[in-house]
Design a protein around this ligand. Structure first.
Ligand SMILES: [Zn+2]
Length: 349
């Protein structure tokens, strides 16, 4: 690039355009862009981003790969790039149904780099609107720098009574202490959040999930996760649950944090959360190496039922699997009373 800059000869229009496109691509923040386009990023490091391919809609978490340097992408499951074109502009064109110059302008709005000299007012406005969407998206992750024991000790002093007051929760101080729930986290919007620490199997603190306690955050952002946290290879509460798997080596898998706490209140300490409605490949392997029997008790909604059926398909030939279903439509285990949970789960030896 330095050489091009020093070149005194004026560019031909084509060269100049190509150079500007190069500059534009160079300034794209791949994580932000893909999130904005609706990709659910499963892995991101300095070289690449992986996600389920949003184009064909598969659920393989690594089938879509974008190279962080070239911004080119590939779909390993369905070769979607062959149909659409493997560069980032083609991707934007496809995902947002734009033509080439509209896609370029969209990327300009994302990067703040203008490669066209003139923008009509409408185009400018549209670009601006989209920029707000992008900024909105990038707000919703927590910086990882506070994920350490010292910060956690401080957060613990500032827990609110949010979870104690929750309508169906009735979580006790004792159970919230047991799960080290803290508070006092203020996100970039200025919304206060309670802090749920997440530890890996070896008890290492690896992330937080932070719950909005003001009621002002958007529905999708009630919980914020630490940026870069690879939840695929962590089961919430496994570091404690594995001490209670008993002679039958049985563990119960639920979807969410609060379901873990509620089962704990009902006397089930051998419980972990997969933090979604699917047990990922990495989480399955954690289970295979820890227990003989897996009971699932997912949420009583469509996603929960789908997740249960997927789990049966993926795991029943590898481990003793007992899928349980909530008889209460739309409820999740955290909404149930202790007695209801005892009825559903029964006695585990
Ligand atoms: Zn694909």
């Amino acid at each position: 690039m330095g050489m091009i800059m020093e070149n005194k000869k004026p560019f031909s229009d084509k060269e100049e355009f190509r150079y500007k496109l190069h500059l534009l691509k160079e300034n794209i923040d791949v994580d932000v862009l893909l999130r904005t386009l609706g990709f659910n990023i499963s892995k991101s490091n300095s070289k690449e981003v992986r996600a389920p391919c949003k184009i064909h809609g598969g659920d393989n978490k690594t089938s879509f790969r974008m190279d962080k340097q070239t911004k080119n992408w590939i779909c390993f499951s369905h070769n979607c790039h062959e149909e659409i074109g493997y560069d980032v502009i083609s991707l934007v064109m496809h995902m947002l149904n734009l033509d080439f110059s509209e896609a370029v302008r969209y990327l300009e709005s994302v990067t703040g780099i203008n490669i066209y000299d003139e923008l009509s007012y409408l185009e400018f406005k549209r670009a601006k609107d989209r920029q707000e969407v992008v900024q909105h998206a990038s707000k919703y992750e927590l910086p990882p720098k506070q994920v350490n024991e010292e910060y956690l000790r401080n957060f613990k002093k500032f827990r609110s009574n949010y979870f104690e007051k929750e309508k169906n929760g009735k979580f006790t101080k004792e159970v919230l202490d047991e799960f080290e729930i803290g508070g006092g986290y203020v996100d970039r919007y200025g919304f206060q959040r309670d802090v749920i620490p997440i530890r890996d199997k070896g008890s290492k603190l690896v992330a937080y999930s932070c719950r909005d306690i003001t009621g002002k955050a958007d529905e999708d952002y009630k919980y914020l996760l630490t940026e870069g946290f690879e939840k695929d290879v962590v089961l919430y509460n496994l570091h404690k649950a594995e001490n209670y798997i008993g002679k039958s080596k049985t563990i119960i898998v639920v979807e969410g944090f609060k379901s873990v706490w509620k089962l704990y209140m009902a006397g089930y300490k051998n419980v972990v959360a997969c933090m979604g409605s699917n047990i990922t490949h990495g989480q399955q392997h954690l289970l295979y190496s820890t227990v003989f029997t897996v009971m699932t008790l997912f949420d009583g909604d469509t996603a929960g039922i789908k997740g249960t059926l997927n789990t049966v398909k993926n795991m029943s030939d590898k481990i003793n699997l007992i899928p349980l279903f909530l008889p209460y439509d739309g409820k999740d285990p955290a909404d149930c009373s202790v007695d209801e949970l005892k009825d559903i789960i029964g006695v585990i030896k």
